[in-house]
Design a protein around this ligand. Structure first.
Ligand SMILES: [Zn+2]
Length: 139
């Protein structure tokens, strides 16, 4: 299943990121992962509910168990082949806003990107959350 393999990839990247972060910051290691913010390409056919369900299942027993997924649609950067206009599409309506041409070129838009993650600091006596923005990674 498409969503399951993507969720597996996301989980691996997430756990790897936390482990490498902890290796670099042994004085303030990250604990549980509480939230993940994901960008979903405009052309991606991932179904968010299915994906979230798969992730929850796979994350059981790991540092990411119970993490909240925030999935946002990422706009797609396009160039009009007719008039050269550059614009970004936020829905699947492939028409140039300047000349109404339909010869658009674009790249990407299929993937799922881990935008940022929210982790709980260890030890638990430091209250609150910390925001750790990771590098943009394409799954
Ligand atoms: Zn145009």
């Amino acid at each position: 299943m498409h969503e399951a393999s993507l969720a597996q990839g996301l989980l691996k990247i997430t756990l790897d990121s936390v482990r490498s972060y902890n290796a670099e910051h042994p004085e303030a290691p990250a604990g549980r992962i509480t939230a993940l913010r994901l960008g979903l390409g405009l052309l991606s056919c991932v179904e968010a509910t299915t994906f979230t369900g798969c992730f929850e299942l796979l994350a059981e027993g790991s540092e990411a168990e119970g993490a909240r997924l925030d999935i946002v649609r990422e706009p797609l950067d396009c160039t009009c082949e007719d008039c050269g206009a550059r614009f970004s599409l936020s829905r699947r309506h492939f028409v140039c806003p300047s000349c109404h041409g339909t010869h658009l070129s674009f790249s990407g838009g299929h993937g799922l990107t881990l935008l940022s993650m929210e982790v709980e600091k260890m030890p638990p006596d430091t209250d609150g959350h910390t925001q750790d923005t990771t590098d943009f990674r394409q799954i």
